[in-house]
Design a protein around this ligand. Sequence first.
Ligand SMILES: [Mg+2]
Length: 391
Amino acid sequence: MAFGSKRSVVLADSLSLAKPGLSLSSLSPVLPSTPAVSFSASTLSHSPSSTSVYLTKIFPNNIENDNWVDAMKASERLLASRFNHAELDLDMADAAYGSWTVDHPSALRMFEQMMGAAKGKRIVVFLDYDGTLSPIVEDPEQAYMSDTMRSTVREVAKYFPTAIISGRCRDKVYDFVQLAEIYYAGSHGMDIMAPGRAFNASKNVSKKTRDKGNEVVLFQPAKEFLPMIDEVYKLLKEKLKRIQGALVENNKFCASVHFRCVEEKDLSILAEKVKSVLKDYPLLHLTLGKKVLEIRPSIEWHKGNALEFLLDSLGLSNSNDVMPLYIGDDRTDEDAFQVLKARGQGYSILVSSVPKETLASYSLRDPSEVMAFLHQLVEWKKNTSKSRPNV
Ligand SMILES: [Mg+2]
C-alpha cells in the first residue's frame, strides 16, 4: 500500500503544531540559550552538580497573542484526534504503526534481547503516570490506575528502585498511586519525594520530614517560587472568573488554566487576561499542554533532570553498571529520553498507539502493554535471582 512517507503520518504534539519548525531537541519547557539572570545560590546548592540551572525570560516577548490562540485551538484539535482515530483508515493506521515500529520496536517483543544486555546491571525503573500507568481520560481528575496496575508497580518496586515522574502535582500522583515505597517526582520533577531511608542525603542537601505518616526526603529545586505561583493563581482565578468554563488550578509549582470547557469565541479574551497577569512576572513562563495553559518557574528543570537527580541520589550517576529504564507517553518525557540518549545508557520506551516523533528507542502501545512489560520484568528478575543469587 502506498501512503506516503513515514513522516507524513507521524503525529506531532500540540507545541509542534503551534510552532512549526520547532524540533524535538528544543521541546524543553524553557529555552535556556540566553540566561537572563543567574539562579539563587541557595537553590544552586541544592542542585546535582551535573545540572545547570538558569532563569530565562521567554514570556511575553516571543509569544504573540494571535499565535497563542491558534496554538490553543490546535491543542483542542489534537486532543479530539486522540479520541477519534476513526479519521484514519484503520488499515492505513496499522501499516503506519508497523512501519514506525521498525525504528521503535515493541519492548514486549524485544524483551529477551533487552534483558540480555541488562544482566548484572542495576535496573532503575522510571514511570510517567498519565497515559502510562493510567488511561488518558477526558477528566484528568478521573485518571485512576487499576488495582492490578498498582499491584504490578508494587511488585516492581520490590525488586528495583522505582520512581514515578509526572507533570502533575506530587500529592495528586501519590493519591492516585498510593504506594509509600516508591519515589515521586511531581510538577515535572520540581517536587521530588523519596522514602526517607533511600536518599544519599549527604550528597544532595535535602530535608527529611514526614508525609502521610512516612519518613520522606523532599527535594524542591524551585521552592523559592512557591509564593509567586500562589499569588499568580489567585490573580488568575479572579481575572478569569467571568469566562465560562475556565478553570484555574493551583498545582503548587505550576498554576494551570484549563480551557477544555471554554467556547472558542472566548479563547482570545482568556489569552489576553492571562497575558495581562503574567506581564508582571518575568520569572515565570507559560507552556501549552493538552487544553491547558501552564504557568511555571523559568528554571531549566524537567523530567530528564529529575531522572539524573534520582540516579545521583541513589549513588548511581557515575556507574557503568546501572540500567535506567524510562517509560512515558508525553512530550515532556522526551527530556528524559534525551538524557538517556546522552548517557548512552538505559532503555527509553514511548507509550503510543500511533506513530509519533520521539527520541525513545522502544515502544509499547498502551497502559495494558506497560503492565505486561512490568510483569515480565518482575518474572525475569525472580528467575534471574534464582539462578544467579548475587545479581
Ligand atoms: Mg503521560
